[in-house]
Structures are given as C-alpha cells and as structure tokens.
Ligand binder design. Sequence first.
Ligand code: GLV
Ligand code: MN
Ligand code: MN
Length: 442
Amino acid sequence: MGELDVAALLGEIAGIGRDARRGGYSRHVFDEHEARLRAWFTGHAARLGLTVAPDGNGNLWAWWGDPGPGAVLTGSHLDSVPGGGAYDGPLGVASALAAVSRLRAAGEQPPRPLAVVAFAEEEGSRFGRACLGSRLAAGQADPVAVREYRDAAGVTFADAARAAGIDPAGLGPVPWAAQAACFVELHVEQGRALAGLGQPVAIATTILAHGRWTLAFTGQGNHAGTTAMAGRRDPAAAAARTVLAARDLALAADPAPDDNSKMRGGAVHGHAAPGHAVPGRAVAARATVGQAELIPGGANVIASRATLSLDCRAHDDAALAALVAAIAGAAEQSATAEGCTFTMSQASLSPLVVFDAALRDTVAALLPDAPLLATGAGHDAGILAALIPTAMLFVRNPSGVSHAPDEGASDEDCRAGVGALTTVLRHLLAGGRAGPRPAEPR
Ligand code: GLV
Ligand code: MN
Ligand code: MN
C-alpha cells in the first residue's frame, strides 16, 4: 500500500455535502452526506490495513494494532457547521490517514497501538451540543439525556443513531479513550496568525473557555395591524435588544488583537520557553448569536416567543461566567422593557483548556520552527485533554476565515501538516519523549 496524499484525499470528498443555498458544506451527524464520509473513511482505513471499530456513540476508530491501553490516538471529525468550510474536521482525519500510510509505507512496526478516530457531532450542528461524540466517549455526557436530544425536525438522537445503524443503547464512555497514551489532533487554523508568522504549522497552547446557551423571551402574540405600538409585548424586540447588548458587553471586554500583548504581558502567539507561562493566555471575550427563531413566525404576526442561541467564550472560566451573567442581566432588562418574560438554559460548557505542557514541549522539540498558538475554537482534543495528554497542530489558513466557505489551506501546507503529524506520531509510537525546546532568545 503506497502513501496517501492529503490533498488527493480531500479532493475525493470535495463533492460530498455541498450546500447550494448557504455555500460551503453542510455535513451533519448521521445525515446522508456524513454517511458517505464515514464510508470514505472506513474504505481508506481498511485499505491501509486498519481495523475499523465503531464505538457505541457514532465515533469511528480505525486501529493499527490491537485496541487497548497505551494507544496513540489521532484524528478529528467529519461533520461541519451549516455552510462550513472544507477543512474544519476533514483535514485532521485525512491527515491522520495520510500520516499512518507514510508510517506503514516506511515499514514502521510500532510497539503500541494507534487509532485514527473520526468523532461524531463535533460541531453540535444537528443536536446543539458541541463535541458530543468525544464527550460521550470521555464520559462527559449523560447517555440517558443524549438519547432524548432532538434536532430541528424533532428527531431524537436515539432515532437518528438507529437510522444510521447505531444502537443507541451503546452510548457511553469508551475505555480505550481514557486508557490511551495521548491524542494528537491536526486542524486547520481558524485565524490568520500563521500567515503573519510565515510558518505552515503551529502547536496549540490553550482553548478559550466556552459554552452555549439558549435565551427565550415570551410575550403576547397578536395582530400586526390592529395592535397599537405602545404597550406591545413583543419578544422580537426584546431579543433584538439582547443581541446588541451581548455584542456590546463582549466588545467592551475583548481587546483589539494588537492590544493583547500589552494587557497580560504575553503574546497571543509565540514560542514557549520551558518553565515559562504559556503564551496565548491573552484577555478575550466573545459573544455570538448565530440562531434566532420567532414563533409562530408570520410576517403579519407579533411573535409570542423568541429564542436566541448564545455562544460565549473568554480567557478563563471566571471571565466566561462573568460575561454570561452580564448578558443574562441585559436580557432580563430587555425583556422587562418590552413587557416580556425571559428564561435561559445552558446547552454545553467547556472550561479553559491548557494543553499538556510535557506533550506540548515534546511536540515543540520535534517541530522547532512551529510557533505556539492559542485558539478560540473548541475541539474534541479539548474534551480528551481532561483525560489524557493531548496536543494539537494547526495548518495555516491564509484567509483566516473558518466556519464559512472561505476557509482554506494550500495543498503544500496540508502536506507540511502531514509531515509534522507523521514526525510526532512516529516519536510517540516509539514511546519516546523529546527534551524541551531550547529557550527562545529574548
Ligand atoms: C467549533 O469549531 C467551535 O469552536 O464551536
Ligand atoms: Mn468547527
Ligand atoms: Mn473542528
């Protein structure tokens, strides 16, 4: 079996799940497009001589060696956001397959098992909970609750899984996730830092604390023509005030990128000197309303209810809690001002992730030119980081855009990513530890 080329692999799936209305790709867990991606993954893994073993959560595990403790894990996810880019997720899966093909072609015979994993529902685009497959595998999601999660059409997770050939009775922790030696996820960069640094690959340091909430405003449904403006109880107006308040509160707390180094004495990106503070722990506050629904949704009807999604992120757990509390307060005030009531519920919460320092230093020593980069994007690696040493590699994205069709990476950079991942996996499979990277001149 020869080596797989990552650009060719991505080319094979470039036609799957294109979204003509939104642009980009819409590939959601257990839908027909994701099923084709699963078949693509399974076919390549089998041809590489790997044994594909789905877990009970919809994640696919392709094993080189016998499944068991001490494994090196690598991979990412195949699902997308609505109208997402081609690289967020599939790049990590395709790169893992390509790296394994290189190692196998080189005749490596690792003393420990390796698994390439494709996690299910990383984006949470169908059932609303980010990193659902890895959370279930890691024992961080309650299977009983997850079975009852519903998509926008009212289909439960259990029914969607069953329709995809997965028995929802099998949902729950996967022992080999907790017993693995480490997880390395390669991902397209979701900002423009590498373009400015002139490097194709970076190493992750931290992930912002983040979570999702649902905000609901209830008013009085009524006739658009016969109801005077004064005294309306219009939840659309309360929701609109809240969207702006959330934006303003986060904006006030989120420094312009160039100001971060001044605020904390640490660059947003940079090289780690062993024993020094992790770079990238800059002040950050983000609030995004990406979904809004007015019920009943008639053009000539004052809504009776409005719901908003709220995605909030910040540089640590306390800052996130403070931002969310401030937005909740503003929403309450907005509701009162419009004669409405307000409720809020949390869909998911992911604390700040600081990736394992020893593994980060090992990877940094193996890839001496790769800068260290913090990220505001969530990843399955962030979930596994609570269980086992975890690292991430980022591949340069010249547009800096992600979760949108303009996301990109050159073939050359993708191949550089595979080269970096291969180096790291080879080292970890051998059970080796590199020394820390020499300190950067200051
Ligand atoms: C996933 O990419 C997220 O950050 O929400
Ligand atoms: Mn994403
Ligand atoms: Mn991703």
